[in-house]
Design a protein around this ligand. Structure first.
Ligand code: SF4
Length: 225
């Protein structure tokens, strides 16, 4: 049996960090696409080499730990084979379902628009915006900081999910049927509130739960009516 206690890796992200300066890169084939090509897998293996380590994560990406001195070259090599290297730090990070392997692409153009408008904006603590392309929400949008569930040219917007820990909880429905023509401005307004009123490093769910009864959230809701 190779799945349990006998299957412990020698070289882990933890052991690498004990012996040198390593950086973790989150790599995926794209925001929507979840299929890797063999060439992309080969490149990930090449970039990690004998010194690094590779593992999969819960955030639709593969994590690669490599010596910090090699990061710039590694990122370039990964991007050359079409891989997406997620930026790190306290920014807005976009996620999406795979739109049924590209068969159900109705929400793809607005997803791309939101990616260009939001990804990388600096915020007090990392905010994950997860877009799912239909009411099945099978990529768990409601368990991310901001969950957007698409239906007929609009989104249901969920806020305040506690993504992990003993108190993990799905987000609460904040607004129903926000039209695609309003959603970018709607999210930017929320992020401006977060930047303006959050405590230092306050996670988005704590900020939302602490302030949700204040008038400024009502004003955001009213802005789409
Ligand atoms: S959420 Fe809907 S569109 Fe997205 S992968 Fe699941 S079933 Fe397909």
């Amino acid at each position: 049996m190779n799945a349990f206690q006998k299957n412990v890796p020698d070289q882990t992200f933890e052991t690498l960090n004990r012996h040198g300066e390593f950086t973790r890169l989150a790599v995926s084939p794209g925001i929507i696409n979840k299929h890797y090509t063999p060439a992309q897998f080969q490149k990930i293996a090449e970039v990690a080499g004998e010194k690094g380590a590779i593992k999969y994560s819960a955030s639709y990406s593969i994590l690669v730990s490599i010596p910090t001195s090699a990061v710039t070259e590694a990122m370039q090599a990964l991007r050359e084979v079409g891989l997406y290297v997620a930026p790190s730090g306290p920014i807005i990070a976009m996620k999406a379902c795979d739109f049924c392997d590209g068969e159900k692409m109705e929400a793809a153009p607005i997803t791309e628009q939101l990616y260009h408008a939001l990804e990388g904006i600096e915020v007090p603590a990392r905010v994950r915006v997860n877009i799912n392309g239909c009411a099945s929400a099978c990529y768990n949008a409601v368990y991310d900081d901001i969950g957007l569930v698409y239906q007929q040219e609009s989104f249901d917007v969920y806020l305040g999910a506690v993504p992990m820990g003993a108190k993990a909880q799905a987000g609460m429905l904040f607004a129903k049927k926000v039209g695609v023509e309003h959603i970018e401005d709607f999210l930017l307004q929320m992020m401006n509130l977060y930047k303006e009123h959050a405590r230092p490093n306050e996670p988005f769910f704590k900020f939302y739960r602490r302030t949700k009864s204040t008038e400024y959230w009502e004003l955001v809701k009213k802005s789409i009516n």
